[in-house]
Structures are given as C-alpha cells and as structure tokens.
Write a protein that binds this ligand. Structure first.
Ligand SMILES: Cc1cc2nc3c(=O)[nH]c(=O)nc-3n(C[C@H](O)[C@H](O)[C@H](O)COP(=O)(O)O)c2cc1C
Length: 383
C-alpha cells in the first residue's frame, strides 16, 4: 500500500516543516524571481490574450468532487497501465522543450527524478539534451518520446528510430504546433531560444540532419536548417500514416480538441489521444482541454488510450480529469517552474507532492483505485 499522502506529510514535518513552495502558484512565483524576463515569458506565457491559458484552469473550477464517506480507504492503489507502460500514479511529465533556458542541466534533472520515482516522462523533440543521454540517465525507467512531425521525412524517421532503439516505449506525435503560436510575451522580449541554438540537441546529434548540413556548418546555418525542418504546416493524415508505418511503438496523437479528429486518429492507427491545447500556447480562444475531454472520451469509447493535459495543478485536478474520461494526465508547467527555481530538488518535490495530494484526495473522497473514479464522483459547481 503506497500511503503516499500521509508519508509525505510526515516526511515534510520531520524535515522541520516550512517548505518555501508547495502549490504550483508558489513555484511560479519562485521561477519568476529566478529567471530573466525572456525565459520567464517563454515558460509562463500563452498565445494572444492568454484567455485559453486562463480558461484551462477555470474549467477545473466548474467541477466539484462529491466525496463518499465511511468506506474503508486504508488501502489505495493509484497505479495504472497505459499502452503497456506502467504508471505508478496517474500522471506523467508533459514534454517541455528547451529546458536549458530553465536550468543549465536541463532535461537531465527531470529525467533523474522521474526515473527514480518511475513516473513516465515524455521527452520533447526540441530538448536541450540528446534523447540517448536522457535514456542513459533513466535506465529501465519508463519514458515516451514526443515528435514534432517536421518537413523532412528522413529526419523524422531517423528521430523515431533513435527513440525506439533508446528504449522509449511510445511515440507522442504533437499535431497542434505546425507553426508557433502568436505569443505576445516572447514577441515583446524578442525571445526565441531556437535562434541562439537552444533546444536543438536531437537535431545536431542526428546523422541525417548532419548529412543535410554538411561538415563545418556555422551555428547560424544549423539554426536555419532546424527552423526549416522542425515544424510542418503542411502536415496531414497521410503524413501521420507514414509515421505510423515506420515504428512499432504505440502512437499517441497530442493536441486534439475535436472528437472527429480523435475518431480520425484511430482510423489512421493511433493507439492513444492526448487531449491538449498545448497549455494555451497555440490557439488563443481555443476550448479548455478539460471541456474538450468528455466528448473525445465518448468518441474514443475505450478503443484507445485517452490522456489529457493543460491546466493540471493539483491532486483534485487529476481526479476531475480521470472522472471525465482520461486514463492519465500529463503535468507541465508546475515542474518546469520548480526546475527553474530549485533544480532537481524542486522537480522531486513537485512530483512527490502531487502524488501525495492525489492519494489524499482520492482517499478522502472514498476512491480506492482509479477504476472507482467515474463521472459519479463529480458535480457541476453551478448545480
Ligand atoms: C515551456 C513549454 C514548452 C513546451 N514544449 C513542448 C514541446 O516541446 N512539445 C510538446 O508537445 N508540448 C510542449 N509543451 C506543451 C506541454 O507538453 C503541455 O501540453 C502543456 O504544458 C500543458 O499545459 P500546462 O503546463 O499549463 O498544464 C510545452 C509547454 C511549455 C509550458
């Protein structure tokens, strides 16, 4: 019996209490203090008026958990299996690109923490650390690879093949970033880390990319080539078929908000969907991910895995997302803020605290296992 919640409360008290940061808001404040305006805007900002970014959080406010009491909740099981990957808790780490702008050791630190806790990590295509190095840190701990399906099919194939050989056990194809959203904070500061060669380690370490570039290329030429190949506004279902055909890994499509796109993904061989609006960074005014979830879960009807992200901040959020049809969720900004503010110890704290919060929320709501979390556990806040 994991007992994550009470164990964590005791651990914190034994350590002398007083943590400088506990909630996602605490970590955001600390990250803002630690970072220059450019990187802070990059991690905290969204598209346009940031209405969707705010809406992602507000959507959770419209649902309330209805606890059931006097059930024996002394044994609780938070584990599940998604597409063959064991999740000890119903969340993984969302792909966050360009972590070198948050911490000099970038992806290495979340990889070490997630690996030790065996919480699945989704590595971004645009990581600052080559995918093989992250795999070496994680050993046999579970990890998935996120792919930006770019314009060069041979580079895409090469990245997918490398991920498979390095022990990533699922491929998450992000389809909502065929171009970068209109992000006023980044535009105001003139900040785009790719221009200074940040976040392109999977490309500079790739043999096909290197061959395209030729020997002795300057950083400017390297960045130019990267910018030409990494995103693909012409991406269609046919290109998804190609990706499907080059790997045996289970394939998830990330960034869907419409049930018809979820249905179509299944026709094209997807094994899972990640309902997401990219944390409000792409289409401002887009529907909140939580609001899109029930219709997508109904459309998928158990034929594929359904995950969601965008707005998960605490244990109650995870329970609500599961009750509305997700098998698991991905967590993004909270641990990214902690990485910027406190490095490895910060990420470790965020993941352990979220795990404890989910455990306590489930137990006190009378939910002993993920299977017991259903629509009946919720009521609309407005009746
Ligand atoms: C700084 C930052 C970088 C991101 N980079 C990527 C990425 O490289 N690939 C990807 O699929 N999603 C990326 N995302 C989106 C996340 O995977 C996830 O969808 C989002 O963070 C969820 O929103 P939340 O963090 O507000 O809960 C990024 C998000 C942030 C905040």
């Amino acid at each position: 019996m994991p007992g994550y919640g009470m164990d964590r409360q005791l651990e914190i008290r034994d350590a002398g209490g007083f943590l400088a940061a506990v909630t996602a808001e605490d970590w955001a404040r600390r990250a803002e203090a630690a970072l220059q305006p450019g990187p802070w805007g990059y991690v905290a900002g969204g598209a346009g008026a940031e209405a969707t970014m705010r809406g992602n959080l507000q959507a959770f406010e419209r649902w309330r958990i209805v606890p059931r009491l006097l059930r024996d909740v002394s044994v609780r099981d938070l584990s599940t299996t998604v597409l063959g990957t064991a999740f000890p808790v119903p969340f993984g780490l969302a792909p966050i690109g360009v972590q070198s702008v948050l911490h000099a050791q970038a992806e290495r630190l979340p990889a070490a923490v997630a690996g030790a806790l065996r919480i699945p990590l989704v590595l971004s295509t645009v990581s600052s650390t080559p995918l093989e190095d992250v795999a070496a840190i994680m050993g046999d701990a579970p990890r998935w690879f996120q792919l930006y399906p770019g314009t060069d099919p041979e580079i895409v194939e090469s990245l997918v093949g490398r991920a498979e050989r390095a022990g990533y056990s699922a491929l998450v194809v992000t389809v909502d970033t065929t171009m970068l959203g209109w992000r006023p904070r980044d535009l105001r500061t003139g900040y785009l880390p790719f221009f200074s060669g940040e976040g392109i380690a999977n490309y500079t370490s790739d043999p096909v990319f290197q061959a395209r570039l030729g020997p002795g290329a300057s950083m400017a030429a390297t960045v130019q080539l990267f910018l030409r190949v990494y995103a693909n506004p012409g991406f269609t279902w046919k290109d998804l078929d190609h990706i499907r055909s080059v790997t045996r890994m289970p394939l998830l499509v990330k960034g869907l908000l419409h049930p018809d796109d979820a249905r179509e993904s299944l026709v094209h061989g997807a094994d899972g969907i990640v309902v997401s609006n990219h944390g409000g960074r792409q289409v401002d005014g887009a529907i909140a991910a939580l609001d899109a979830l029930p219709a997508i879960a109904a459309a998928v009807a158990g034929r594929a895995a359904v995950l969601m992200d965008s707005g998960i901040r605490c244990g109650a959020d995870v329970v609500k997302a599961l009750a509305l049809g997700a098998q698991a969720v991905l967590v993004g900004r909270p641990w990214a803020y902690a990485l910027a503010a406190a490095g490895q110890a910060g990420v470790d704290q965020v993941l352990r605290d979220l795990r404890a919060d989910i455990d306590l929320t489930m137990g006190m709501a009378g939910l002993r296992s993920l299977a017991e979390i259903g629509r009946g556990a919720l009521a609309r806040a407005d009746g």
